[in-house]
Write a protein that binds this ligand. Structure first.
Ligand code: SF4
Length: 441
């Protein structure tokens, strides 16, 4: 059984309220941290090996150490709660059921970074959660954990919740900052990076909800103890939101030592494939990471078991592996059509492209149109190669990672499931009435 650090109290009734959270030991990590120096806290975070839980997996302690500290210029912490990646809903769970864990993590992080005004930028579709967060902020303030002179230390902190307008691109950190400043959420060219010029050109750290929540157990048990959980550079625990054709969709906390097979089939997690069907493929890190067929998902090309961690999921690179990404684990059974699935994703990325760069703006639309044509049985064999060519021209040629995020699913689908694309081309009539999955199993 995986160790629980973030969700250990999630089952307790009323844990979203300050009184219950406090009774369970809440805010003791913050009390401990406020007696330490910011540098000491930073060393704990570095020692923990925590990697950003939003998708990129960049070491959090290192990110914090890049924060510029020019004399007299305010600094900010911004929590990225714009969780819009298809298949990912673990931050929603944290904010809805454990809002004080996030606020306590923000208090410790803001104190470390020297931020007196910090923000939570939350996606517009999570319409009911800002009220939960604002209520928790008021409770924390009433108890002396936010506001002026927190716990008599002389440190002041205000936290504001800002609702997004429903654009996926605002999950990209610089687009988020533009939106937070009241502008259209267009990604910025980097450099300068937010750590130097972020919100209102001030040094800013943008971190995911789960990353900031993880700061609480790190301070609680120490960075060194946190680093002992997990394996290699995949330290601590990770939240996974599991969905698709499984018996038990939901949010699970894993310690990154379990195998993918155990995660899918064990009753403790996904509970196996729905209706006893066969596993066909999985996207383990949210819709932007490469899809992997069952054989490569359960084992690496060397026959080693594949584990639920950053290194093992990526084993073999994009040709045979994938990425941990945001932890949005999407499972597809034998009846699912990869072409239809890829087309749905292409439509999503085309819709969400901000339109600033040509390869993304035009390429995502072309990919969607071609996929639609193939899926309807109106495609030609050359269309598959054209699709491959377009995704190659998008990848690495755009301002922000949305271009790559749109290209990778198409590349992986063609690489691993070319036979399904060809089947649609060769069977125009059949592809209008059923899909490859149903026709072949
Ligand atoms: Fe906008 Fe796409 Fe370019 Fe990102 S890659 S800046 S979303 S057009």
């Amino acid at each position: 059984m995986s160790k629980k650090l973030l969700l250990k109290d999630a089952h307790i009734e009323g844990i979203r309220y300050f009184e219950t959270y406090r009774k369970q030991g809440g805010y003791t990590a913050a009390e401990k941290a406020l007696k330490m120096t910011p540098d000491e806290i930073l060393e704990e975070v570095k020692a923990s090996g925590l990697r950003g839980r939003g998708g990129a997996g960049f070491p959090t302690g290192m990110k914090w150490s890049f924060l510029a500290k020019p004399e007299g210029v305010p600094r900010h912490l911004v929590v990225n709660a714009d969780e819009s990646e298809p298949g990912t809903f673990k931050d929603r769970y944290l904010m809805e059921f454990l809002p004080h864990l996030l606020i306590e993590g923000m208090l410790i992080s803001s104190f470390t970074l020297g931020s007196n005004v910090s923000y939570i930028y939350i996606r517009g579709e999570y319409s009911w959660i800002p009220d939960i967060l604002e209520e928790a902020i008021e409770e924390a303030k009433a108890a002396g954990f936010l506001g002026k002179n927190i716990l008599g230390t002389g440190y002041d902190l205000e936290i504001y919740v800002q609702r997004g307008g429903g654009a996926y691109i605002c999950g990209e950190e610089t687009a988020l900052l533009e939106s937070l400043e009241g502008k259209r959420g267009n990604p910025r060219l980097k450099p300068p990076f937010p750590a130097v010029k972020g919100l209102w050109e001030r040094p800013t750290v943008v971190n995911n909800v789960e990353s900031i929540a993880a700061i609480v157990p790190i301070i609680d048990i120490t960075g060194a103890e946190y680093a002992k959980i997990g394996v290699g550079r995949s330290t601590g625990t990770k939240l996974i939101s599991a969905c698709g054709n499984i018996n038990k969709p939901g949010v699970y906390e894993i310690d990154m030592t379990i195998t993918v097979e155990e995660f899918i089939y064990s009753d403790e997690y996904c509970g196996g494939i729905k209706d006893g069907k066969k596993l066909k493929a999985c996207i383990p890190g949210g819709s932007s990471v490469p899809i992997v067929p069952a054989n490569l998902l359960l084992r690496t090309v060397n026959g080693e078991p594949r584990y639920m961690n950053y290194e093992s999921l990526a084993d073999g690179g994009f040709a045979t592996g994938t990425m941990m990404g945001s932890g949005g684990f999407i499972v597809l059974d034998e009846d699912q059509c990869i072409v239809e699935h890829t087309m749905t994703l292409a439509r999503f990325y085309h819709h969400e492209s901000c339109g600033q760069c040509t390869p993304c703006r035009e390429g995502t639309g072309w990919m969607h149109k071609i996929l639609k044509k193939i899926e309807k049985g109106e495609g030609k064999m050359e269309d598959i190669d054209l699709l491959w060519d377009i995704q190659r021209k998008i990848e690495g040629n755009t301002i922000c990672p949305l271009g790559d995020a749109a290209a990778w699913p198409v590349a992986a689908a063609i690489r691993h499931f070319r036979d399904e694309f060809e089947w649609h081309v060769k069977n125009p009539e059949l592809s209008q009435t059923q899909n490859y999955g149903l026709a072949h199993y």
